[in-house]
Design a protein. Structure first.
Lengths: 439, 174
């Protein structure tokens, strides 16, 4: 190479990284006590054993252009809520109805994730904004996550010995608002396939709360194939009732929030990311008919929708939820630079955070259900609950602020036709997300 | 190098094997984590967390030969987590190495290298990992795919996009 010839980008990377490596000259001894080496570091710590949960997914769908080109069915023109959502002009002559309190679950359970190694549950009422009860974890256990059943009274809670543990304890929480004893917590003796060497990818309580579907994967690091198991357990006996397996998963495991019961408990939707030789991952929403005979998870299920990996968009699907009627997939987006493309304040404030409906029949986007139009630099959205058709759902959006707007904001509420009814939440409920906040 | 003490609850074999692995590979992994994150204390935390995770998992490891792969992947996950958290909590892209490097380190690195490292740390996670594994560790596509848990095709596309993004960023930074 002559002195005038510029270095290739590959050589510049080699040179720079090798130079950086020379700055690291030593490393301290390995701390003696694994349990006390690095106390819980909150969100900045090592990743939880829940692979991909709450993690921006590298493989997702580009949605920015979609968000600005699709018709957004919204409410009153120019209306602005206290949460900063600005409504776009409506395309309908009749104002869309507000989601009523009766049309969405009233009670929720939230895991206090911000505590110092001791996580209680808050049982709350989203109409009154009050906390009904606080549920302390059993001795030696930390509550890790929560999911809800369809009756607005029953929840499943996972627990473990420490915040980054694989859940090894399961509980059914039944609430009784207004009663002298407002809740009952019962142990469910479930032993998930793979034990401590498996990661739990997702779980979902059946509509009648009698069964728990758990998706787990043998950890890649223990050798062999990363066998994924989707199993159904009895919540009364803990017995494994049925299981399907596949070894076709990659480390990027898709969307845990997709695991949902459909058709009155006869089918399960789940997410799958094929690890094929293609240039881009394809994120699938699949539907498993529980009456099928094959024990192979992929053979027994069919693809409902495939989302391509974005090429350059900062707005990607953070969650994919198949509605209980099986007709619609709701993509709740995240907006940041982690999936491809550079996030900007303008892009974030122009619909980068949105809920977008896809037709399960055609696989095509059909409508922007709602989008955030306030100031932001980045953020992510979750669907926490949806009715059968997706016409009413509970959404949560975490908004990272601009330099002018100040602190991080969470918006939680019921959404119908682009109109948001924000929930009142007690100050103690801070950990809002699909794992730690359930209806 | 100080050995793990007798308080490790994972048995003699685990202590000896993990200690040997730590002595052999920890520094190199810290370098990898530093290239990814630009912060030495964070890099050390990530590596130690990875080895402590190995200690805890040792009894259920099916193939001890897989231990290094486990630790390397844990380090990648830890770096990814740090980047993600920084981005989300601060609402900005990523810390440049200038934030934590000493004047001596800055001089060693040189401006051109600092620009490249800053650009690498602004890449999306998968592209950053693919570029660093391929051009810092000189892994093949298959080796990088194994470390990242993706297909070789994904490594190929992520590397290609990452290099293109780097070229663009470095041109824009001029």
């Amino acid at each position: 190479m002559s002195a005038q010839e510029p270095m290739s980008i590959e050589d510049r990377v080699r040179t720079a990284t090798q130079a950086a490596a020379t700055l690291v000259r030593d490393i301290g001894p390995l701390p003696a006590d694994p349990e006390q080496a690095h106390p819980r570091r909150g969100r900045g710590g090592a990743p939880r054993r829940w692979i991909s949960w709450g993690v921006p997914l590298a493989a997702a769908a580009a949605v920015v252009l979609l968000a600005v080109t699709l018709v957004a069915v919204r409410g009153t023109p120019s209306a602005t809520t206290a949460t900063g959502r600005k409504a776009a002009p409506t395309k309908t002559a009749t104002p869309a109805p507000q989601p009523t309190a009766a049309s969405v679950p009233r009670y929720y359970v939230a895991v206090d994730e911000e505590g110092s190694g001791r996580s209680a549950l808050t049982v709350g009422d989203d109409v009154t904004g009050t906390a009904i009860a606080t549920v302390e974890p059993p001795s030696g256990t930390i509550f890790l996550s929560v999911g809800g059943a369809a009756d607005d009274r029953t929840f499943v809670v996972s627990g473990g010995s420490k915040p980054d543990a694989v859940p090894d304890a399961w509980y059914l929480l039944r609430i009784a608002p207004g009663a002298a004893r407002p809740y009952q917590l019962a142990t469910v003796p479930i032993k998930v396939a793979g034990g401590s060497s498996a990661d739990i990818l997702a779980y979902a309580l059946s509509p009648d709360a009698r069964e728990l579907a758990v998706e787990s994967q043998q950890n890649l690091f223990y050798g062999g194939d990363a066998v994924t198991t989707l199993a159904i357990y009895s919540t009364s006996s803990g017995a494994r009732l049925r299981a399907w397996t596949t070894d076709a998963y990659s480390q990027y495991l898709g969307y845990p929030g997709t695991l949902t019961w459909l058709a009155g408990g006869r089918k399960l939707a789940f997410s799958h990311v094929p690890a094929g030789p293609g240039e881009a991952d394809q994120n699938q929403v699949r539907l498993l008919d529980l009456a099928g005979g094959s024990p192979d998870l992929l053979a027994a299920s069919r693809v409902v929708l495939t989302m391509p990996e974005p090429q350059s968009s900062p707005s990607t699907c953070n969650m994919l939820n198949l509605t209980p009627d099986g007709a619609t997939v709701i993509c709740a987006t995240q907006y940041d630079s982690t999936g491809g493309g550079q996030a900007t304040e303008k892009g974030c404030a122009s619909g980068g955070l949105a809920f977008i409906a896809y037709s399960a029949r055609t696989g095509r986007p059909v409508r922007v259900l709602d989008k955030y139009l306030g100031p932001c630099t980045s953020g992510q959205s979750d669907v926490l609950w949806t009715n059968a058709s997706g016409s009413v759902f509970i959404g949560q959006t975490e908004i990272n602020p601009t330099s002018q707007s100040g602190k991080e904001v969470d918006i939680v509420g019921a959404i119908t036709d682009g109109r948001l009814r924000p929930f009142k939440l007690p100050a103690s409920v801070t950990a809002l997300g699909s794992l730690t906040f359930a209806f | 190098m100080q050995q793990p003490t007798e308080t490790l609850p994972t048995g003699l074999e685990a202590r000896q094997r993990v200690s040997a692995l730590y002595q052999t590979h920890a520094l190199a992994l810290k370098k990898l984590a530093f290239v990814m994150t630009g912060d030495q204390p964070t890099a050390e935390d990530i590596v130690q967390d990875a080895f402590l995770g190995l200690c805890r998992r040792w009894p259920s490891l099916h193939e001890s030969d897989n231990a290094l792969g486990y630790v390397r992947t844990s380090v990648l996950n830890g770096c990814r987590s740090v980047h993600r958290v920084r981005f989300r909590r601060q609402g900005i892209t990523l810390d440049a190495p200038e934030d934590t490097a000493s004047a001596e380190d800055l001089a060693i690195l040189g401006e051109a290298n600092r620009e490249v490292l800053s650009a690498i740390r602004r890449l999306p996670a998968r592209q950053r990992e693919a570029v660093v594994l391929r051009y810092y560790l000189d892994m093949t596509q298959d080796q990088a795919a194994r470390a990242m848990g993706v297909s070789p095709g994904t490594v190929k596309s992520a590397t290609s996009r990452g290099l293109a993004a780097l070229a663009r960023m470095l041109k824009e930074d001029k």
